[in-house]
Structures are given as C-alpha cells and as structure tokens.
Design a protein around this ligand. Structure first.
Ligand SMILES: Nc1nc2c(ncn2[C@@H]2O[C@H](COP(=O)(O)OP(=O)(O)OP(=O)(O)O)[C@@H](O)[C@H]2O)c(=O)[nH]1
Ligand SMILES: [Mg+2]
Length: 389
C-alpha cells in the first residue's frame, strides 16, 4: 500500500532515526525501479547502516509503485507531477541522517553507494556524482546532453556560483539532511538539479564530486531536452541578479561615462571617413539603459532578501548610501538640470545658433530627463519591496 499523502508531513526537525534514506523519484519506470530498489536495499544490508528506500511515485500507470514496494521500498504517492516536487516530498518523508537521491531508471549504481556516503561521513555536506568519466557506458548519454546541454549548464553554474562541478545534471547525489534543510529548495521540475547546487554554494555547503558509473536507460525518458533545458537556464538567470543586472548595468554606465568624456575632448565628433561619429548619442543610450539596469538589479536583490538571500555589498551600499529619499533628490536634480539645459537649447534655436555642441547638449538634457524619470519610478519600486526603517 502506498503511504503518505500530500497533506501529511511537516518539515522534519527531530533527530534522524536512521543513517541513510535513499530517495528515488519515479514516473513510469516499472522496468527498472524494482532492480534499483533491490540493489539499494542490498547495499544498505551489506553496509551495516540503518536505512530505508523511498520511492515517490507521481501516479505511474505501469505498475511502478507495486514493483517498488515488492522490492522493499516505502512508496509515497504524490498527485502533483514534477521531478523536484517528488524529491522534496521524498526528503520530507526521509528519516535518515544522510540522504541519497537517484533516478530509478537503471542508469545509476545503487548497489554501491559507498562513494557517495563516505564523503558525507567525512564532513562534506553535498556529494555530486559525476557521470562524465571513464565509468560512462558507451551510448548511455545522448550526444546533445553529453556535449551541449550538460556542459553549458555546468559552465553557467561554475561561473554564477563558483561551484566546482563537472556534471551539474547528475541525478545521483548525497546530502546531509541538516544541510538540505538550510537550502529552502522549491523548484518543481528538472531545474531542481541546478537549484540544489546554486543554493548549496550560496549557503557555503562543503561540496565534492565523485565519479559514478552511468548506464543506458531502461524505459522512456521523462526529460524534454529543450523544455527542461530552458527551465534550467531560466532558473539560473532569474537567480543571478549580479550577473544579469548589476554587472551589465555597471558596464553600460561606465561605457556611457567614457563616451561622454570622449565627446568633451572631440568637439564635432570623431572622423570615421565617410561619417563623423558623435559619441554623445551612444552615451545617452548607455547611461539611460545602464542606470535602469542597475536599479532593476537593486530591486531583484531586495526581493531576494525576502526570499531568504543574505544581504550583499550591493544591497548594503544601496541601503546605506542611496535609498528612496536620496534617489528622489538626485532624480529631481537631474530633471532640473535637464530642463535648464533644454531652455538654453531653445534659446539657441531662437537665435538660429544650433550647431553640433547645441545638439549634444540637447541629447544630454534628454537623457537626464529619461534617467530622472526612471530613477524616480525605480526607487519607488525598490522602497515598495524594501520599505526603509
Ligand atoms: N515522481 C516523479 N518522478 C519523475 C518525474 N519526472 C521524472 N521523474 C523521475 O525522475 C528521474 C529522472 O527522470 P529521467 O527521465 O530519468 O530524466 P533524465 O535522467 O534527465 O533523463 P534520461 O537521461 O533520459 O534518464 C526518473 O527516475 C524519473 O522516473 C515526475 O514528474 N514525477
Ligand atoms: Mg534518468
């Protein structure tokens, strides 16, 4: 009989009753789940550790739940589909100090979980399997996953988080329960695999990687290369305001200031042969977009605080030196300067004295007005997200 229901089970905080819980998400894996469970049960017996095997089933229609139970698993039934949801549900049910997760599709070796458990016993918090080693069986991984999807997502995770991972998409992993509870994982789908690494790094978990065998899958894949690839990419993008907003915003503002400085020293534009390049127009675009981008970064970071991310240097700087009052004042100053310059441009126009310098001043005044307006609205948005004391 399947135990557990969605309503049951708060987050577990009591001391673990077992050493290891092996959690397998399962969706129509009748051909392989029985053998996976059997091997995990046998390993638990051989290792002398007290443990359990939990299979979280999302309404498989091929008898997976029965197969899993027959092989010795505790089967948890879950109605809402999703790889991440299933794992989170399994972890909530788990009673072990160490948690091992893995696909029950015949690709992973549950008969020897020592390589994952040993580092946990030695003090690591998260042990990632790495399939990209000589243990990878020929033909086990589709070409596009092996050479495109997995390397790209792993690269982004390395850049965004500093995690030293070769195979960020590996489904077999070990984690301490107390470490997992600090991560506040929520991703419902396949992007759960990336979320775990990103949050592990942000919470300073000790992470290591061990080579694991990887065999060809039995049964049908549940992974949709493009849909799930996009879910990973989207998750990484929306979790990284420093890389998406603050970095590009700072570069744009710097380019804007440099272009403005070039304009000051090259009256009449830079001679590019057939045309003169007027850097002031580029400066206006860089500065307006750059300031906007920085403010979007501030807003996302402030939003992150609500979700439990810790305050970083950008947020500290914003709260200490900027904030709503000062930014509104700055916006007002820019708007006043913009209007003043516009009046001067208007007078030159009345005098029929519009030349390249006047056009440059008109551009600067227009961008000052745009930046002032954006800053006003963005600083109000920031204060709505993070009302100041
Ligand atoms: N409970 C549950 N399990 C799921 C769901 N989607 C996938 N799984 C299971 O999660 C594991 C990972 O899914 P796979 O289809 O193997 O995904 P993958 O390993 O990235 O792709 P392959 O290389 O084809 O194996 C398998 O054990 C699936 O049965 C789901 O919605 N609910
Ligand atoms: Mg799989």
């Amino acid at each position: 009989m399947a135990i557990g229901s969605e309503a049951a089970g708060e987050r577990r905080t009591a001391a673990p009753e077992l050493d290891v819980s092996v959690v397998m998400p399962c969706l129509n894996e009748a051909e392989a789940v029985g053998a996976c469970v059997q091997r995990a049960v046998a390993w638990l017996k051989d290792s002398g550790l007290k443990g359990e095997v939990i299979v979280v089933d999302n309404g498989s229609t091929d008898g997976s739940a029965q197969e899993a139970e027959r092989a010795g698993a505790r089967v948890v039934a879950l109605a809402d589909k999703g790889y991440g949801r299933a794992l989170l549900r399994g972890f909530r049910e788990a009673r072990g100090k160490y948690l091992v997760m893995g696909d029950c599709d015949g690709t992973y070796e549950f008969g020897d979980l020592d390589p994952l458990i040993r580092p946990l016993m030695n003090g690591y918090d998260l042990v990632m399997g790495n399939r990209l080693s000589k243990l990878l069986a020929p033909g086990a991984m589709p070409w596009a996953h092996r050479f495109i999807g997995t390397p790209i997502i792993s690269f982004l995770l390395r850049v965004f988080t500093g995690a030293k991972v070769t195979d960020s998409q590996c489904g077999i992993r070990g984690i301490r329960r107390e470490s997992l509870e600090r991560l506040n994982l929520r991703a419902p789908g396949m992007e759960f695999a990336s979320e775990m690494i990103l949050k592990a790094m942000r919470n300073n978990l000790r992470l290591t990687e061990v080579d694991v065998p990887y065999y060809a899958r039995t049964g049908e894949s549940k992974l949709s290369t493009f849909r799930d690839g996009w879910r990973h990419l989207k998750f990484l993008l929306i979790s990284s305001p420093s890389y998406v907003f603050i970095g590009p915003g700072a570069v744009l503002v710097a380019l804007g200031l440099v272009s403005l400085a070039i304009r000051l020293f090259t009256a009449g534009g830079i001679d590019l042969g057939a045309v003169d390049w007027e850097p002031v127009y580029a400066a206006a675009i860089f500065l307006a977009v750059g300031v906007n981008t920085l403010m979007l970064g501030v807003c996302s970071k402030l939003l992150g605080l609500r979700e439990g991310t810790s305050e970083d240097s950008v947020v500290r700087f914003y709260r200490k030196h900027l904030g709503l009052g000062r930014l509104l004042l700055a916006a007002f100053g820019m708007a006043a300067l913009g209007v003043g310059l516009d009046v001067w441009v208007f007078v030159q126009w009345l005098r029929d004295a519009v030349d390249s310098d006047v056009r440059s001043v008109a551009t600067v005044s227009a961008s000052l007005l745009v930046i002032a307006a954006n800053l006003t609205f963005a600083s109000l948005a920031a204060a709505m997200i993070d009302p100041e004391e």
